[in-house]
Unconditional design. Structure first.
Length: 182
């Protein structure tokens, strides 16, 4: 097992609802712990729940312990694969998001391993801030976190591509914003 950043500081758990296309679909506990890079308290969600949310909108992923790779997206999706800065596995204590199983780094992030209260086993947690950046900038999805790092009842809203931006007034919807249609 590779060495990873295990929780060296205290973590707190809080309820989370993950909304996918406006529907509450997943209810994991997220971790509130310091960002290993900035030292500030942020929220982290188990990588499994991010994979399940993406799967529900047709995005196929794999996780190898250090890389969350996007293997396939729904037909017609635009994916930003420009400017991948480096190739290879991330250093110890980090993870990366990639597209296409070539280990091209599209975004690196700190990695945290802590007990998942649902299963009781050590689980890799993804920092929501960095996941949002990847989803917004590379998969061009809507992704927004509401509730702040220390609030119970936090919500993570994810929305797939599919809104015809050509029919909307200019500036009406910024890339990466979530739009809830009911």
């Amino acid at each position: 097992m590779p060495v990873v950043a295990y929780t060296a500081t205290q973590v707190a758990y809080a309820g989370t609802t993950i909304f996918v296309t406006g529907e509450a679909s997943l209810h994991p506990q997220h971790v509130i712990a310091n960002d290993l890079w900035s030292g500030k308290a942020i929220s982290w969600v188990p990588v499994y729940y991010l994979q399940e949310a993406l799967k529900s909108v047709g995005v196929q992923t794999t996780w190898n312990g250090s890389t969350l790779d996007i293997g396939m997206t729904p037909n017609g999706w635009d994916v930003n694969v420009s400017s991948a800065p480096s190739v290879g596995n991330p250093p110890t204590g980090q993870m990366q998001f990639s597209i296409g199983a070539v280990q091209d780094e599209f975004l690196r992030a700190p990695k945290l391993v802590a007990k998942d209260p649902a299963s009781g086993v050590d689980t890799t947690y993804v920092p929501i801030y960095y996941a949002d950046l990847f989803l917004q900038q590379r998969l061009m999805m809507g992704a927004s976190w509401a509730g702040g790092a220390a609030m119970n009842g936090s919500q993570w809203s994810l929305s797939p591509q599919g809104i015809n931006r050509n029919r909307m007034p200019r500036g009406y919807l910024a890339v990466g914003r979530s739009l809830l249609l009911r």
